[in-house]
Design a protein around this ligand. Structure first.
Ligand code: PLP
Length: 439
């Protein structure tokens, strides 16, 4: 009998005993293609020798040094690497241990920024419905996923939500992407005015929505208009790249494809590649200066921030991501995945949309393709597909949830960047079989 409080109690989880490349093997000797990188984490696959060696070398030097006493070469080098890769304007790095922690830190940075510059009345957070920003109290309050929030609502800080950019369901017949982006920007602006223009501190969004929608990217112009609205009212823009960052969408940061620079960016998952738990917040000079010239400290901190072994792993991951062949493969294999999914699934009466960027692809399941009517939630189609896929040796990331009262089932694929053409084809074959078996 297990003594672990598992995520879902009573499920008989296989025991993972080994990982190699894109495969995980369980204690029964069954092998699974890691088609989702866990939850878009394992960007370089498993048991990557170079990363393991980097971690081992760091363990032989120093494993832990509290950040109130010391900095380390590995942490400093990681910050330098990230700043070098980021678009100009993201000049500093705050290291944390994961995605939720990154979001919490970014929210507190936004708040402290306004306190430092003498605008303590700025306190409201606006985010989007059907978003996910983590499971800690502040991050959960920021995310808009109704199901995850429901029972915790009474203890969540107040936050505000506007529509996500979700063209498949929300762009109207005859509406251009520009007009749709404009409509969403107007909704954001109306919310800011409703709350009081000098009371809002931050707007938070995922450039490509992961865990709640399954790889839904924005329409063109959307983030440009969002940036303009934030600038007009002096609001900080926080982009959450915990899932879609670190090369997942074919560029190092997904936001590079939007032609804007936010004030704060959160990253995690792919940063440690699953080898170590690590995340980061990247921030602008403006915010750094406010802290440096104000109180001189960021009033925050966790015990394991800047952990040397995590930083060593992340340095090596980033180094590998910087190699041109890595991103070339993400784009090439991502195109192959989309084309293969289109060929195998687009005709299915139960597949409403296949979308995404790079090696970040989503499939939305519907009961009726013409009306886009989702499946009845009690059928839990996404969970059934996950189960069927596991039986066929494929890990895919399922999700179901409501948006404006409409329930939806989605499957997310996010395989490691080292994946090869034949393995992409195998993912598609197994996923198609799993969907057919589940619906
Ligand atoms: N933000 C986004 C966009 C995420 O997708 C996630 C996790 O899925 C988080 C934050 C939370 O990250 P973590 O699970 O590492 O706390």
């Amino acid at each position: 009998m297990t003594k672990i409080l598992h995520r879902t109690i009573g499920t008989n989880l296989p025991r993972a005993v080994a990982g190699e490349g894109i495969y995980i093997t369980d204690s029964e000797g069954r092998s699974y293609i890691d088609g989702s990188g866990g939850a878009a984490v394992s960007c370089l696959g498993h048991n990557h020798l170079e990363v393991l060696q980097a971690m081992k070398a760091q363990m032989g030097r120093i494993s832990y040094a509290h950040t109130s006493f010391f900095t380390t070469d590995v942490a400093e080098h990681l910050a330098e690497q990230l700043v070098e890769l980021a678009p100009e304007g993201l000049d500093y790095v705050y290291l944390v241990s994961g995605g939720s922690e990154a979001v919490e830190a970014a929210l507190k940075m936004a708040r402290q920024y306004f306190v430092e510059i003498g605008k303590p009345q700025r306190r409201h957070i606006i985010a989007r419905r059907q978003s996910y920003h983590g499971n800690t109290i502040g991050a959960l309050a920021t995310g808009g996923n109704a199901g995850r929030r429901e029972q915790f609502k009474p203890i969540l800080p107040e936050t505000h939500h506007v529509s996500p950019c979700y063209a498949y369901r929300d762009m109207q017949m005859g509406e251009t992407p520009e007009a749709y982006a404009e409509r969403l920007a107007a909704e954001l602006e109306a919310k800011i005015i409703e709350l009081g223009t000098d009371t809002v501190m931050a707007f938070v969004a995922e450039p490509v929505v992961g865990a709640t929608l399954g790889a839904v990217g924005p329409v063109a112009h959307y983030f440009k208009r969002v940036r303009q609205v934030c600038d007009k009212y002096g609001i900080l823009l926080i982009l959450d790249e915990v899932m879609c960052g670190m090369g997942r969408t074919g560029t190092f940061f997904a936001l590079e494809q939007e032609g804007i620079v936010p004030d704060l960016v959160t990253i995690a998952k792919g940063l440690g590649g699953g080898f170590q738990p690590i995340g980061a917040v990247m921030l602008s000079e403006k915010i750094y200066r406010a802290f440096a010239e104000g109180s001189g400290l960021f009033q925050h901190g966790h015990t394991y921030i800047g952990h040397p072994i995590a930083a060593a792993a992340a340095n090596k991951v980033v180094e590998i991501l910087k190699r041109p062949e890595t991103m070339t493969n993400v784009i090439k294999m991502g195109d192959r995945l989309q084309a293969g999914l289109d060929a195998a699934l687009a005709q299915s009466p139960y597949v409403g949309d296949i979308r995404g960027r790079g090696l970040f692809r989503g499939v939305e399941l519907v009961a009726d393709k013409d009306t886009k009517q989702p499946f009845d939630p009690v059928r839990k189609i996404h969970s059934k597909i996950k189960k069927e896929a596991m039986q066929r040796g494929l890990m895919c990331y399922p999700m179901g949830g409501t948006i404006d009262g409409v329930y939806g089932d989605h499957i997310l694929l996010a395989p490691p960047y080292i994946i090869q053409p034949a393995q992409i084809d195998l993912i598609i074959e197994r996923l198609a079989a799993a969907i057919n078996a589940a619906v």
